[in-house]
Design a protein. Structure first.
Length: 380
C-alpha cells in the first residue's frame, strides 16, 4: 500500500529533527558550501541550467520546505562558525555596504542572508517587529551581540505590516543608526524575505558603476492607498509651514504621488538627505500580489541583473534558498563564473546617466532605455 502524503511529511520532519538534535558537524569534512539536511540531495547545477525534467522532481508536490532547527546552537562561537567565511576576503572599492532590514520571523533565513552578504567592512541594522515571537527576538539580540562592531538592532517598538505600514519608518531608524559607521558607500533597504543574488564583490562593482545615483522602483500611483474623503492638495495636507509667497494654484492642486517597492539601493549621500505587479510566476504561487520564488527560479535569479528578489519563503521552498547561497559562495570564493556581470546595463541606466551628466551644458534627458535585456517574463 502507498504511504499517505501527510505521513511522508511527518517522517521527513522527524528524520531532519533527529539530524539536528544529534548536534554533529556534518559539514566538517565537506569541501565547499555545505547545505542543510533538507536540501543536500538537490542538484543545484541542474536547477541553475533550468533543466525542466529535473525541476519537476523538486517542485509541485515534491517541493522542499525548511524544517526549523529547534536545537540551533546560539552561542557566539557557533553563530560565527555559521556566518563567517573560511577564506580571507579582498577589500571593497567603495569601503563597504550597509544593510537595513526589517524582520519579524524565520531567524535561520535572516542569518543565512548575513552569511551570503558578509564582508568585514559591511554593516547591518535590524528593526524587529514588536509583535514578533519572543524566541525570534532573543535570537536576533544574540546575533547582533556577537557582532556588535558590525551590527545594530534598533531599540524601537514598531509594528510593521505586509501592506507596508511603518516599513519606511523602520528603515529610517536604521538609516540614521548606520550613519554612525564610516566608510560604507551604499545602503540596501530590505524586508524579511528579500534574498540577495549577487556577491559582495559584484554589488561593490555595481555601486561603483552607479556613481552615486540611487536605485529604487517608481511607478504609477496605487490609488488603493489613498484615504477616501481626504483632500490631497498641499494646503489640506499642511505640507508647508509658511504658505506666503506660494501661488494659490500650487496650494490647491491635488498631488499625484508615485508608488514603489520598499527595496532600494541608496547612496550614502541620499541616506544623509533623508516592477509592475505580476502574478505570472514560475511557481504559480504568490502572496500579497508578489511572486513566491522557488527552485525553478534559480536560473533567472542567477542570470538577470537584479540584486534582490522578493519574496522567498523557506517554508515554501528551502531549495532555492540553499542553492542561491551555494551559488553566491561558489562565485565569491571558488571563482565560479556561470554568468558575466552585465556592467553596461548598470552604467547605461537612465538614472545613472542623468546623475552623471545633468549638470553638463546642453544636457538633454532621454528617458528611453538604450538597451534591451531579458526580463523575468522571458523565462515563463
Amino acid at each position: 500500500p502507498s504511504i499517505l502524503d501527510s505521513q511522508k511529511v511527518l517522517t521527513y520532519e522527524r528524520v531532519i529533527s533527529i539530524l539536528q538534535k544529534d548536534g554533529k558537524d556534518y559539514c566538517s569534512n565537506i569541501k565547499g558550501y555545505c547545505r542543510r539536511p533538507e536540501t543536500r540531495h538537490v542538484n543545484c547545477d541542474a536547477a541553475l541550467r533550468g533543466d525542466k525534467e529535473y525541476l519537476s522532481t523538486v517542485t509541485g508536490l515534491n517541493r522542499i520546505p525548511v524544517v526549523p532547527n529547534s536545537y540551533l546552537n546560539m552561542s557566539c562561537a557557533q553563530i560565527s562558525d555559521r556566518v563567517l567565511p573560511k577564506y580571507n576576503m579582498n577589500p571593497l572599492k567603495l569601503g563597504g555596504i550597509a544593510f537595513a532590514r526589517n524582520v519579524f520571523t524565520d531567524y535561520e533565513f535572516i542569518e543565512k542572508q548575513i552569511q551570503m552578504t558578509w564582508h568585514p567592512d559591511n554593516r547591518y541594522c535590524f528593526v524587529v517587529d514588536k509583535l514578533a515571537e519572543k524566541d525570534f527576538i532573543e535570537k536576533m539580540k544574540q546575533l547582533v551581540g556577537c557582532f556588535d562592531e558590525q551590527m545594530v538592532m534598533m531599540p524601537v517598538e514598531i509594528h510593521m505590516t505586509s501592506a507596508g505600514h511603518n516599513q519606511n519608518l523602520a528603515h529610517t531608524h536604521c538609516m540614521q543608526a548606520l550613519l554612525q559607521y564610516p566608510n560604507w558607500g551604499y545602503l540596501l533597504l530590505l524586508q524579511n524575505y528579500d534574498i540577495v543574488t549577487k556577491t559582495v564583490y559584484d554589488m561593490d562593482r555595481v555601486f561603483d558603476l552607479l556613481g552615486g545615483a540611487n536605485d529604487m522602483q517608481i511607478k504609477q500611483e496605487n490609488l488603493y492607498f489613498r484615504v477616501k474623503g481626504q483632500k490631497w492638495d498641499p494646503i489640506s495636507l499642511k505640507l508647508f509651514r509658511n504658505t506666503s509667497g506660494i501661488p494659490e494654484h500650487v496650494l490647491q492642486t491635488p498631488l499625484i504621488t508615485s508608488s514603489g517597492g520598499v527595496e532600494a539601493t541608496l547612496s550614502r549621500e541620499a541616506t544623509v538627505w533623508g516592477k509592475p505587479r505580476s502574478l505570472r510566476c514560475r511557481t504559480m504561487t504568490h502572496r500579497h500580489g508578489t511572486c513566491l520564488y522557488g527552485i525553478e527560479d534559480l536560473q533567472p535569479m542567477a542570470e538577470l541583473p537584479y540584486l534582490l528578489w522578493n519574496k522567498v519563503y523557506p517554508q515554501f521552498d528551502q531549495a532555492v534558498v540553499d542553492c542561491t547561497a551555494e551559488l553566491i559562495y561558489n562565485r565569491t570564493f571558488l571563482g565560479q563564473v556561470d554568468h558575466e556581470l552585465k556592467e553596461d546595463y548598470y552604467s547605461n541606466l537612465v538614472t545613472v546617466k542623468y546623475h552623471k551628466d545633468h549638470k553638463k551644458p546642453g544636457f538633454v534627458l532621454n528617458c528611453k532605455p538604450t538597451q534591451k535585456l531579458r526580463s523575468y517574463e522571458d523565462y515563463l
